[in-house]
Design a protein around this ligand. Sequence first.
Ligand code: ADP
Ligand code: MG
Length: 254
Amino acid sequence: MEQPPIIQVRNLVKRYGTFEAVKGISFDVRAGEIFGLLGPNGAGKSTTLEIIETLRDKTEGTVMVDGLDLDRSPNEIKKVIGVQLQTSGYYPGLNLTQLIRLFAGLYNRSVDPLVLLDSVNLRDKAKALYKQLSGGQKQRFSIATTLINDPKIVFLDEPTTGLDPQARRNLWDLIREIRDKGTTVILTTHYMDEAELLCDRVAIIDSGRIIALDTPDGLIDHLVASGFEREREVKKANLEDVFIGMTGKHLREE
Ligand code: ADP
Ligand code: MG
């Protein structure tokens, strides 16, 4: 028997004043998948995520997270999810180990900071300040903070925006590891290559409406079946392959 979805969104509407940012969307996220929300800027991705994360009020609709109703049990939902904290909230004088201890205290959890830092490849930065990290390291640290409460679901809003190709690949590996340990991941991205490689299923949102939802393969097959053909034959490599080939795939000071 198939497991019930870990997230169930039905007819979700969000109005900011008279402006309807989310126009009655419905979707399920399955337990253990990487689910991608794709869409142009302003489509309503962050609004949707923040409503599910209990950080923003919805206008209409129902949201269930791990069997919990958002209207009735927001505090219980908070306990089973991991949300990236705003980086501006990181106390500038504390190093990574101290920050993890601080956040663990807020969640009432005991975690070994070094084990957690190791899981995101930042063990050697244990004594570094957040501001001393590179862009990719900052993202990995912020993903580590989402794991402190051992969540069932992790929310990542544009985790790879602004990162270089290596840092992006390192983050894909990390996100896959999180999924492979059984954690459900829901993320947003503007990079279609990333969504195609990383996501088990994606929803495309445009102007507050879901216009497609399937596996990346399913969406591509559907387009091809409709008669679509690329204008020119694609080469066997692209410029990003050249870049990665020349500068290395390994983890480095991004
Ligand atoms: P996305 O994350 O897909 O880029 P958002 O969910 O951030 O989109 O925003 C969706 C729409 O709602 C945008 O038009 C945005 O300007 C608007 N919006 C977002 N937050 C607010 C807010 N607090 N007040 C008014 N409008 C908002
Ligand atoms: Mg957004």
